[in-house]
Design a protein around this ligand. Structure first.
Ligand code: ZN
Length: 280
């Protein structure tokens, strides 16, 4: 029996902790990990005793992004899992099946977690690459270890950025463009200065600092926390966040289709080599 890709536990009254548990794969996200993570978020959402949710990762790195080693057709990859959205059609040919899958497990799940009506805190250490951002960004608060580094290297792979295109909201438009154009690493401290990260702490203190923050939040009334979160999220949405993200997702699908026509695969293979160097 292989270990579960995600470990969920209520670590003390009011506080749940979800741990990505594929350290040997640098917590790369295959379909099973994403659905296990969704199940864990759902468990925390449905447990009225849980007030705050921590999202952590085992091993030296938070997440190396999507697991590009996953094999089989899109339909085969999706078959073992119950969809949470209604788009479906994962077995459809061409762009239709791919868009369905990415709308379900990338944009759909990340947006779902972003809207979960309880405070969420991501604990990020080591590398957080591309799809890794789609796990950290939906959380309300991000605590970074001082060794954390963030990167979206997907432009080199011939696409516009990760499917959950929150870059302009997380980084501001200019830095979003620079980091997309260059694939440069963003340090924990620079991420904090940009407002993407709340606090940077010594790596050894990451879990304790995050738990202490979770305890302070859990002491507040659950309904007021839910309303406060909803209010901030509504402000972002009033600025057009979801509309812009939907447009970027459509362009992302165009890029995959272009790459299929030009390279015979959904990404530019030249960028994949750069990616594997970044992840190592
Ligand atoms: Zn994609």
């Amino acid at each position: 029996m292989s270990p579960p890709p995600v470990v969920y536990s209520v670590i003390e009254p009011g506080i749940a902790r979800i741990v990505l548990n594929r350290p040997e794969a640098r917590n790369a996200q295959d379909t099973g990990l994403l659905y296990a993570l969704n199940d864990a978020f759902d468990a925390a959402a449905r447990d009225v005793a849980v007030k705050v949710i921590l999202l952590a990762a085992s091993g030296p790195h938070f997440s190396a992004g999507h697991d590009l080693r996953e094999t089989g057709s899109i339909a085969d990859q999706m078959a073992p899992f119950e969809p949470v959205g209604t788009w479906c059609g994962f077995g459809c040919a061409g762009a239709e099946g791919r868009m369905a899958r990415e709308k379900e497990i990338y944009l759909g799940l990340s947006e779902r977690w972003r809207n979960l009506p309880k405070p969420t805190i991501a604990e990020v250490q080591g590398k957080c690459i591309a799809g890794g951002l789609m796990l950290a960004w939906p959380c309300d608060i991000i605590i970074a270890a001082d060794d954390a580094q963030f990167c979206d290297n997907t432009v080199g792979m011939g696409v516009n950025g990760v499917e959950y295109f929150a870059h302009p909201w997380e980084l501001g438009p200019r830095k979003a463009k620079e980091l997309l154009f260059t694939s440069d690493w963003l340090s924990a401290e620079d991420a904090r200065a940009l407002g993407m990260v709340n606090h940077v702490v010594p790596a050894a203190d990451l879990a304790a600092f995050s738990l202490a923050l979770a305890r302070r939040i859990a002491a507040k009334p659950a309904f007021a926390l839910k309303l406060a979160k909803e209010s901030v999220n509504a402000a972002e949405d009033a600025q057009g966040r979801l509309s812009a993200m939907t447009a970027a997702f459509a362009l992302h699908q165009l890029a995959h289709s272009h790459n299929m026509q030009v390279h015979g695969m959904p990404v530019d293979p030249g960028g994949l080599q750069v990616r594997s160097r970044a992840a190592s």
